[in-house]
Design a protein around this ligand. Structure first.
Ligand SMILES: Nc1nc2c([nH]c(=O)n2[C@H]2C[C@H](O)[C@@H](COP(=O)(O)OP(=O)(O)OP(=O)(O)O)O2)c(=O)[nH]1
Length: 132
């Protein structure tokens, strides 16, 4: 299963979202997004999912390397897009909470396992740019 997710940047901070009790991986933190539907391009998927889940429009800046992870016998390929907000105000439609912080400060969140390599990939990238 292919899943897209968004690392949304604003003023040097990024957004982490907490899954609700009712979702799979309850209360884990993730980069919001969701499953690719039939015939959909990954870029279309992430824009649709973020509109559905957070009520905002995104600009896609670039894609990072995907991470394949198995939760038991469920294999997902998580495809990350670094994005900025194009418009709208965040309304939580599915998540329990969201948090904005500098990338390094999010290290100790209880991340979904599939997100950890993606978080680390992003961190090395922004460190390389001399940012936090
Ligand atoms: N959206 C998103 N999903 C993630 C991330 N990390 C991660 O392991 N996942 C998992 C959780 C889900 O099993 C799947 C994404 O599906 P989804 O967010 O559309 O969730 P869903 O409720 O439809 O999925 P499910 O409960 O049927 O498993 O990928 C992430 O960063 N973002």
């Amino acid at each position: 299963m292919k899943v897209t997710c968004a690392i949304i940047e604003k003023d040097g901070k990024i957004l982490a979202a907490q899954r609700s009790e009712k979702m799979s991986l309850p209360l884990k933190w993730e980069f919001p997004g969701g499953k690719i539907e039939n015939l959909e391009k990954p870029e279309e998927c992430i824009l649709r999912e973020i509109k559905e889940e957070l009520g905002i429009d995104l600009n896609i800046k670039y894609m990072l390397k995907s991470n394949t992870h198995c939760y038991g016998n469920r294999k997902i390929e998580l495809i990350p897009f670094v994005c900025s907000i194009a418009g709208g105000d965040i309304i939580l439609k599915e998540h329990k909470a969201v948090l904005w912080d500098f990338p390094l400060n999010l290290k100790n969140l209880d991340w979904a396992e599939a997100d950890i390599p993606i978080y680390n990939q992003y961190l090395s990238l922004v460190k390389g740019q001399g940012l936090k």
